[in-house]
Design a protein around this ligand. Structure first.
Ligand code: DGJ
Length: 697
């Protein structure tokens, strides 16, 4: 990144991305000033690192505020630069000051040299004696010179999360955002930008960024009048305001940004490496995630100890390592109409206590996990009856019910204390190794009437901080807990929540074909070790589609394998095959969960589709191949591998076939699916996992 100051003192991000290997600041030839006098008066089209309302520009700002005297323009002058250590990271801090009102703005650039990433954030400090009102405080601005660009973003809805979208950026704005109070299914806080037509999965320049924030957020792409691209990103300014009293500070979440010349795949591998080494909670960062069983699709709310024990026994026999009881085990939870926020074991469903199940699960040599939805409350619950004012609301306005539940305001200290105490009690009393932390509705009527009027709109941010605080406290007291983030499927995956949780449930859509697209999009940002996928029953509950057991397993193997069907109804033959496939997955798991991921063929058409994982030492690779629907006459193709050592010989574990890294990357593997008869098969639903290992010597 190359930074400078305009003559007027605004911070410019002259360049980010390739440095040619040796470029230094003094080698940078400055932009030519415009020959139009009007242009020279304004900073539009100039790549500002943090446009401020008050700078001479009309572009989308990062900062808007109101001083107590009503002044709405900030004039920030550079004061000093310094290198500080923040969270153990060398961080460049550039301090700017509005001396009339004693506002100090620190721009932070945390350097992750080994990942080739920069973490951008801003910190506002009121050094004066009067309060000020911050109306927007984004994390960072990024600019690219005039040109033609396209953006890649993730969109969808419940059951169709993480669809990778590509669109040209034309003059004007494109905004991707959440206003729902959480990360959302509709969009994910990540972007990639590339010069139009130059970039694909494997090749080409790509600039990318991801926000570490689990509340409402915005990313604005603005093609300016000279076709320069300005991108600003951060906490959603809609309905937000922050009262910054004397001596107070406000810190934005980080926008992590980088550049790759290896296309979208290269960008994803950088983010995966960063997530694994810097973001995920340290305790489980490099441990292999267990194969899990989840009861949701099998038993829904109808949880009873006998059936759960039977499921656990069957799951253990299949090779499962973690047994999770989903929704329905607590309070008066017989349906989605009651019980949320009463985190006590339901005595009718567990007459001899939860210990009967947890003991059995541990005896079966599995870990035990449980579902929670701590930010939510059912009106039909003891907690709501005692504290109806703890939800988001405005007086005299009916709240919107979604799934018959309301949202607790975690900005409130008493709410956090109550929920934390309930969870602590549960975790102290029961032998629980894993939490699935769910969040099944967006925030509406986001009112906090008990707060001072000038602080009420801080709630969007304080609530998220409150959620982070409760999870962080649990992690301190129960450091071995493994935590899965979930929000009605994949509504909450981001670099913020992933600093506190270990893995993600990314969609309630468990149909293997749909899932390929969902996993494809998700894995462009988040590492396979965080991506939980279940094998469920057919016909699929969401789509009614039938696909073979083997195909379902091979799709679910892409990240953290889980089983979510009613295994008590599986035939003996299915169970035998499932056991073999779980064993196969365990063998491949270190390579899939901890290797480098390459999408070789996207799941865009009928097929074939392929994804590959390579260990860091390039000695082992796994290729997962799928053929959704066959097309008569297409014949069998090849798929070229990536990331291998060209000089090595590799051997296929299944049959001992050998080839070199060079040949497999240049010519590729023939795509052949075998039927159970052992004959080549070009039909629908072909799938397989191939393991190749370097031949020593
Ligand atoms: C939504 C989740 O995505 C499901 O997996 C399940 O946990 C349900 N909530 C339970 O209510």
């Amino acid at each position: 990144m190359l930074l400078s100051l305009t003559p007027g003192g605004a911070l410019v991000l002259d360049h980010w991305g390739a440095d040619g290997g040796s470029a230094r600041g003094e080698d940078y030839l400055p932009r030519r000033p415009s020959n139009w006098p009007w242009d020279r008066a304004f900073l539009d089209g100039v790549p500002l690192a943090y446009p401020v309302y008050g700078d001479p520009t009309f572009k989308e700002p990062c900062l808007c505020l109101v001083y107590e005297d009503g002044t709405r323009v900030a004039r920030l002058a550079f004061r000093e630069d310094r290198i500080v250590k923040l969270k153990g990271r060398p961080t460049l801090e550039l301090l700017f000051v509005d001396s009339v009102h004693d506002l100090v703005l620190a721009h932070r650039f945390a350097v992750y040299a080994e990942h080739d990433l920069i973490g951008r954030a801003a910190r506002l400090q009121n050094d004066g004696e009067r309060p000020m009102r911050i109306e927007r405080a984004l994390s960072a601005g990024l600019g690219l010179p005039p040109g033609q660009y396209e953006a890649w973003t993730l969109h969808g809805q419940l059951g169709r999360e993480y669809q990778l979208e590509r669109r040209p950026l034309r003059p004007g704005k494109f905004i991707t955002e959440s206003r729902r109070g959480f990360t959302s299914h509709e969009a994910n806080p990540w972007f990639a930008v590339s010069p139009t037509g130059e970039t694909n999965e494997q090749h080409g320049p790509v600039w990318f960024g991801a926000l570490a924030w689990s509340g409402s957020w915005t990313i604005v792409f603005e093609v300016e009048r000279n076709e320069a691209l300005s991108i600003v990103a951060g906490v959603q300014p809609f309905d937000f305001a922050w009262h910054l009293g004397p001596g107070e500070t406000l810190e934005t979440p980080a926008l992590v940004c980088g550049y790759s010349e290896e296309g979208l795949g290269g960008a994803s591998r950088v983010l995966h490496g960063y997530l694994a080494a810097e973001v995920l909670p340290e305790r489980h960062r490099s441990t292999l995630r267990p194969v899990l069983y989840n009861s949701w699709e099998a038993t829904g709310f109808d949880v009873h100890v006998e059936e759960q024990i039977a499921l656990a026994r069957r799951a253990a026999a299949l090779g499962v390592e973690l047994f999770v009881v989903d929704d329905g085990w607590f309070g008066a939870r017989d349906s989605d109409q009651a019980g949320l926020a009463d985190w006590v074991v339901n005595p009718r469903k567990f007459p001899r206590g939860l210990g009967e199940l947890t003991d059995e699960v541990h005896c079966l040599d599995m870990q035990f996990g449980i579902w929670l939805e701590p930010e939510m409350v059912s009106p039909d619950s003891d907690l709501y009856r005692a504290h109806p004012d703890w939800i988001f609301h405005f007086p005299d306005r009916e709240p919107t019910f979604v799934r018959d539940q309301l949202v607790l305001n975690f900005a409130r200290e008493d709410v956090r204390a109550n929920i934390l105490a309930q969870l602590q009690r549960l975790l102290r009393e029961q032998r629980i190794d894993f939490l699935k932390w769910d969040h099944n509705r967006p925030l509406t009527e986001v009112g906090w009437p008990a707060a001072p009027r000038e602080r009420q709109r801080e709630v969007w941010v304080r609530h998220v901080h409150g959620v982070y605080e409760v999870i962080a406290q649990l992690r301190v007291e129960f450091p071995d807990l493994l935590i899965e983030t979930c929000a009605a499927g994949g509504g909450r995956a981001d670099l913020g929540i992933l600093a506190l949780t270990d893995q993600v449930w990314l969609s309630d859509n468990t149909d293997a074909a749909d899932r390929l697209l969902i996993q494809y999009g998700y894995s462009h940002v988040y590492a396979p070790r965080t991506m939980v996928n279940w094998v469920t029953d057919v016909p699929n509950l969401q789509t009614g589609r039938e696909s073979p057991l083997e195909f379902r397993f091979h799709v679910a193997m892409q990240g953290v394998l889980g089983i979510g069907g009613n295994v008590l109804r599986w035939t003996a033959e299915e169970c035998d095959r499932a056991r073999e496939l779980v064993t196969e997955y365990k063998r491949l798991r270190p390579i899939i969960q901890q290797g480098r991921q390459y999408w070789l063929l996207p799941p865009a058409s009928n097929g074939p589709c392929a994804v590959q994982y390579v260990t860091n030492d390039r000695r082992q690779t796994v290729v997962l191949l799928y053929q959704l629907l066959a097309m008569g006459g297409r014949g069998r193709g090849r798929v070229r591998l990536r990331g291998l050592d060209p000089t090595r010989r590799y051997r296929r574990a299944a049959d001992g076939a050998e080839s070199t890294g060079a040949a497999m990357m240049a010519i590729g593997l023939p795509i052949v699916f075998l039927q159970s008869t052992g004959l080549p098969h070009d039909g629908d639903w072909g799938s397989k996992a191939e393991l190749w290992q370097a031949v020593d010597g």
